[in-house]
Design a binder for this molecule. Structure first.
Ligand code: HEC
Length: 116
């Protein structure tokens, strides 16, 4: 009988993990969502510099400099260095949204990018 709670726990774990987990679909929606910069009235998206397909190379919206693809499937160096990820999340979210991304937004975005 001691095994019953354990079995229920094992059964429930995937459900809980899913409820807690991040969504690649939400991340994709966020990646393409348009934010309007209050100062300039300019429309900004993650996709402005990275394009809507992370497997494609992007182009910096301000400087025109090329940006290598974000998807680990075509660019295995991507999303391997947590400090780099945190640094660019901070900078790019501030530029795009006018604020930092929340932990949920970051998790959804990473789930989206890692799925590509
Ligand atoms: C103004 C242009 C621009 C916008 C808009 C932009 N990025 Fe970036 N992003 C860059 C540049 C430049 C780099 C660093 C150059 C590189 O690594 O190729 C970078 C790098 C990153 C990285 C680092 C990935 C790694 O492991 O190498 C992540 C993650 C990232 N961007 C996510 C985002 C997200 C999420 C958004 C939207 C909130 C966004 N970016 C919007 C220009 C931009």
């Amino acid at each position: 009988m001691i095994k019953l709670p354990l079995m229920i726990g094992i059964f429930l774990l995937p459900l809980v993990a899913q409820a807690d987990g991040f969504s690649a679909a939400a991340g994709e929606e966020f990646w393409n969502r348009t934010f309007v910069d209050t100062g300039s009235g300019q429309e900004r998206r993650c996709a402005s510099c990275h394009t809507s397909d992370p497997r494609q190379g992007g182009k910096h919206a301000k400087t025109g400099k090329p940006i290598a693809p974000m998807a680990p499937s075509v660019n295995p160096e991507r999303l391997t260095d947590n400090r780099k990820i945190a640094k660019w999340f901070k900078r790019n979210c501030k530029w795009t949204l006018g604020r930092e991304c929340t932990p949920r937004e970051q998790g959804d975005l990473l789930a989206f990018l890692r799925s590509r």
